[in-house]
Design a binder for this molecule. Structure first.
Ligand code: UDP
Ligand code: MG
Length: 139
């Protein structure tokens, strides 16, 4: 079980000025920042990041949404990070997200759901490497 996961604070949450509050939730839940970056995805990069969803009906909208404004990308560290972080963010659709989760508090819809969280140790490593080189993270 890996102790790292990858997250993004998505454009909707950035537009509303929720970045600080969301990072505060990460830290209060015991996640340590080991890499952090403010950037903006091109449509090409957003499409590459979400390539696994290429055949899904929401793919084109997802790419437009994720490239429309700045995001914050981060690698977070905690025991059992992937599972623990998915619990903290809650279900994809905020309607189904549990009370106290980040998506319950900050998401507006199944698409504009405030934060990303890796779904496996393997994808956490791939996604972290997508954004950060060795000099941009704590070893
Ligand atoms: N998404 C969407 N419509 C859907 C399902 C997902 O727009 O019906 C978006 C949403 O932003 C979601 C992302 O696509 O976070 C990736 O979907 P996934 O099923 O991997 O959800 P997640 O792992 O983010 O909970
Ligand atoms: Mg996912």
């Amino acid at each position: 079980m890996s102790n790292r996961t990858f997250t993004m604070i998505k454009p909707d949450a950035m537009e509303k000025g929720y970045a600080g509050q969301i990072i505060d939730r990460f830290e209060k839940e015991g996640f340590k920042l080991v890499a952090l970056k403010l950037t903006k995805l091109s449509p090409e990069k957003a499409g590459e990041f979400y390539a696994i969803h290429k055949e899904r009906p929401f793919y084109n909208d997802l790419v437009a949404y994720m490239s429309r404004g700045p995001i914050i990308a981060a690698i977070l560290e905690k025991e059992n990070a992937v599972t623990s972080f998915r619990e903290l963010i809650g279900a994809t659709n905020p309607v189904n997200a549990a009370e106290g989760t980040i998506r319950k508090e900050f998401a507006v819809s199944i698409e504009e759901n405030a934060v990303h969280g890796s779904d496996s140790d393997e994808n956490a490593a791939i996604e972290g490497d997508f954004f950060f080189n060795a000099f941009e993270r704590v070893i």
